[in-house]
Design a protein around this ligand. Structure first.
Ligand SMILES: NC(=O)c1ccc[n+]([C@@H]2O[C@H](COP(=O)([O-])OP(=O)(O)OC[C@H]3O[C@@H](n4cnc5c(N)ncnc54)[C@H](OP(=O)(O)O)[C@@H]3O)[C@@H](O)[C@H]2O)c1
Length: 493
């Protein structure tokens, strides 16, 4: 590959999702590591009360991960290299004006799509709009302006699985329960047409909550029918297949695993959103003892800065005309960290901080130790605990001990929250064991010069996971995700 600096020199790149968690780090790293990139056009949706430019300033420029960049280049330095475009990736030609298209078409050679909806069980129409329509519309845009498309998907398009997930698995016609390549039962175009039609009918015939619930259920059912574990991964897989079904626009797909707090850049521990591992962490820190988790599973975590660096390496491969279709951005194939060790670390850490008291008061709990178990056993224990708590609460109410009874009610609510969270996370900690093959990014990284490797480090094999969790992830979640949630979880009787 030609060296990355030459590939990026004087380039103009269009970036979507720059105001999201990953997009911010990609933008910052791109501008920081490649000072000769001429311009990054960021597509930002306007809000009714806030135009795109103001959103960019508030959500991106003034956000913590941009601080190192601001210190280096100043506001004017960044402003001269970033152009905010008001648009929507799921609108025709991303909602851009003809004059904007003309301006982009002679200059932008790469569209980097970090936009998406990461909600596991959103109403299916919203999920399709963010994860499929936007791919279709960006393809039209790329064809119009003659650009290549680098699309951010997810490793979890694999759906139900146990074992090694290969990068060479054909994209087209994929569904998790596919029985070999002769199995042609799944057609993304057919599935998409069917699902959209049903969603439109439901939207027409229902209103308000009933409509939202029906559309949420539709996504859940359609995903489960083919073996995807949620609506998010179902729609992300269809998005990938839309890319693969066309041959007009040259593309590559990066599939990160679970993107978590930064290892080094913009600074250790930075994280935003907290949709993926954070609820599990908060439950551990809140003193959860029974874990419906398989001890041999490794949670596939990748620091956000490694994902951003790898994405830029793949962008280089795509610009050089050498990209593979798919790059897994994961590390468990070379550096696993068993869930059992992680949970023990989290619980020890919580105790060390004095915050990890059992969520159920110890005098009500016959099983006061951290344990991994099957979901059936965990459910039996939860039921038994809940019955005890309800009995004691009734007793306290009868004795007029209202405060104590109210606190026990809070414990019950916490338990319900655990149950709901686990329902969403069981595919990742109990039902499926994923080991994502990540040979393509390793190979791409191996081809870089020493200086480029330092600038865009992809080194999951070198991560000391216990130190990463102690020094980056846990403090990051405590500081940036929901400090108030941590307090809430450390409820004490
Ligand atoms: N987070 C993870 O663990 C993870 C793991 C694997 C893959 N990924 C993938 O990585 C990408 C980024 O994820 P993230 O965690 O950074 O999510 P995020 O923080 O929710 O950011 C998503 C971004 O997409 C933008 N967006 C959504 N629909 C759009 C549209 N129609 N037009 C323009 N912008 C739109 C959002 O803009 P608004 O602010 O306007 O909504 C937001 O900036 C996604 O494709 C996701 O599937 C994430």
């Amino acid at each position: 590959m030609a060296d990355l600096s030459s590939l990026f020199r004087d380039r103009e790149i269009l970036l979507t999702g720059a105001n999201g968690f990953l997009g911010k780090v990609v933008l910052a790293m791109l501008l920081d590591r490649f000072p000769h990139v001429r311009r990054v056009h960021v597509l930002v949706r306007a809000r009714p009360d806030l135009p795109s430019n103001a959103r960019f300033v508030r959500d991106v420029l003034d956000s913590p991960p941009l601080r190192p960049l601001l210190e280096r280049f100043g506001r004017d330095g960044i402003a001269s290299r970033v152009n905010v475009l008001s648009g929507d990736a799921s609108s025709p030609l991303a909602g851009l004006e003809p004059s904007q298209l003309r301006e982009l078409s002679s200059h932008v050679g790469l569209v980097l799509n970090c936009a998406g909806l990461v909600d596991f069980f959103a109403p299916v129409d919203l999920s399709l709009r963010a994860n499929v329509d936007s791919v279709e519309r960006l393809l039209e845009l790329c064809a119009e302006i003659d650009a290549k498309l680098l699309h951010v998907s997810t490793c979890y398009v694999a759906g139900e699985a146990d074992g090694l997930i290969e990068e060479t698995e054909p994209i087209r016609g994929f569904y998790p329960r596919r029985k070999g390549q002769g199995d042609t039962r799944f057609s993304a175009a057919g599935e998409l047409a069917d699902c959209r039609e049903t969603a439109t009918e439901l939207s027409r015939s229902l209103e308000g909550t009933a409509r939202t619930e029906a559309l949420t259920e539709l996504g859940r059912v359609r995903a489960a029918r083919w073996g995807w574990v949620n609506t998010y991964t179902y729609t992300k897989s269809i998005g990938e297949q839309v890319l693969d079904l066309q041959d007009e626009v040259e593309f590559a797909i990066v599939r990160p695993a679970i993107v978590e707090s930064a290892l080094r850049y913009p600074f250790p521990g930075w994280i935003e959103g907290g949709r993926t591992a954070a609820p599990l962490v908060l439950m551990a820190l809140g003193g959860l003892l029974d874990w419906p988790a398989r001890p041999d599973i490794s949670l596939e975590i990748v620091p956000v800065d490694l994902v951003a660096a790898a994405t830029l390496v793949v962008a280089g491969e795509l610009l050089a005309g050498k990209a593979r279709p798919v790059y897994h951005l994961a590390g468990t194939d070379v550096n696993p960290y068993p869930l059992e060790d992680l949970i023990q670390l989290l619980c020890t850490e919580a105790r060390g901080n004095g915050s990890g008291r059992a969520s159920v008061p110890i005098w009500l709990d016959p099983w006061p130790r951290v344990q991994l178990m099957s979901s059936v056993r965990a459910e039996q224990r939860r039921r038994s605990r809940r019955e005890r708590i309800q009995r004691v609460r009734g007793l306290m109410e009868g004795l007029g001990r209202r405060n104590l009874a109210a606190r026990l009610r809070v414990v019950e609510l916490q338990m319900s929250f655990h149950e709901e969270t686990f329902r969403q996370y069981l595919p990742f900690i109990q039902d499926n064991r994923y080991i994502f093959e990540a040979g393509n990014i390793r190979e791409a990284f191996a081809g870089l010069s020493t200086e480029e490797k330092r600038a865009l480090p992809w080194d999951p094999e070198a991560i000391a996971w216990p130190a990463y969790w102690r020094d980056c992830q846990i403090p990051g979640i405590r500081k940036w995700v929901q400090p108030e949630a941590v307090r809430e979880w450390t409820f004490q009787l």
